[in-house]
Ligand binder design. Structure first.
Ligand SMILES: NC(=O)c1ccc[n+]([C@@H]2O[C@H](COP(=O)([O-])OP(=O)(O)OC[C@H]3O[C@@H](n4cnc5c(N)ncnc54)[C@H](OP(=O)(O)O)[C@@H]3O)[C@@H](O)[C@H]2O)c1
Length: 241
């Protein structure tokens, strides 16, 4: 049996990734914070298909909750084959107004949590078959957008963590990142801003959550010689000035 652990599995990208891995036959460890109800519904759906599914809740902005989550998942799954660090915070704040608390929460959820969760899960990863860690980064981790300094810094750190761990955890554990561009506009997204964004995407459409899920499946199943890489899933947006 192969098992995948996905953080932030209750909504949008994380839910699509969990669903794709469950459909591909993986047993699942699903994490949520506020979306625990939808993760439980997903768990029931895949248990009915014969998968073993565990559900874990934690606020990843709290270091002690990250440590507890790591210990809990490691105990429940002595072997892990795929770990997807999907949970993330996204917020625009002008640089001059970012408080220390806002900075620490952003970096805590987006960078520190993946860092220390992977550390806690190392024994399980080392026991997995061809194990893979995936970080959900952002094309803004390499080319910043004004107004998102603390977010961009957190994702840039996650890109370096991808490369650092790919080197340090080789040859058994592969570590890669997926950098979405714009995936699934929020419903309240301003119409003019939406048009402006779409004009910048060579493939002419926003990303679908399934586009990201398919990239995770590709890394998990079809890319055994790929590690330390950042795969942009952005319709070509980062390819042009
Ligand atoms: N969508 C895009 O266009 C896009 C673009 C670039 C990068 N990304 C990256 O792709 C990932 C998924 O994106 P998304 O749009 O699906 O995200 P989203 O809709 O904003 O959902 C955020 C996810 O992160 C979890 N989360 C947030 N704060 C948390 C906390 N304090 N503790 C635990 N979990 C927390 C949420 O869990 P709960 O709901 O359970 O609280 C939720 O599952 C993120 O890492 C994001 O930065 C997305």
């Amino acid at each position: 049996m192969t098992t995948a652990f996905i953080t932030g599995a209750g909504v949008r990208v994380g839910s699509a990734v969990a669903r794709a891995l469950g459909q591909a036959g993986y047993d699942l460890a699903l994490h949520a914070n506020r979306s625990a109800e939808s993760v439980r519904a997903l768990a029931e759906e895949f248990e009915a298909l014969g998968r073993r599914v565990t559900v874990h809740t934690a606020d990843l902005s709290r270091p002690e909750a990250v440590d507890a989550l790591g210990a809990e998942v490691r105990a429940a799954h002595p072997a892990l084959d795929v770990v997807v660090h999907n949970a993330g915070l996204y917020a625009a704040v002008p640089f001059g107004a970012i408080t220390r608390a806002q900075y620490q929460t952003m970096v805590g959820v987006n960078l520190d949590a993946p860092f220390f969760l992977t550390q806690a899960l190392l024994p399980s990863l080392r026991a997995g078959m061809s194990p893979l860690v995936v970080h959900l980064t952002d094309i803004a981790g390499e080319r910043p957008v004004g107004g998102y300094a603390h977010y961009s810094v957190s994702k840039a750190g996650l890109i370096m963590l991808t490369r650092a761990l790919a080197v340090e955890l080789a040859p058994h554990v592969r570590v890669n990142a997926i950098s979405p561009g714009t995936v699934a506009f929020p419903e309240d997204f301003d119409a003019a801003a939406r048009e402006d964004t779409l004009r910048r995407i060579p493939l002419g459409r926003e990303g679908r959550v399934e586009d990201v899920a398919r990239a995770v499946l590709f890394l998990a199943r079809d890319a055994p010689y790929v590690t330390g890489q950042v795969l942009a899933v952005d319709g070509g947006r980062s390819a042009q000035l």
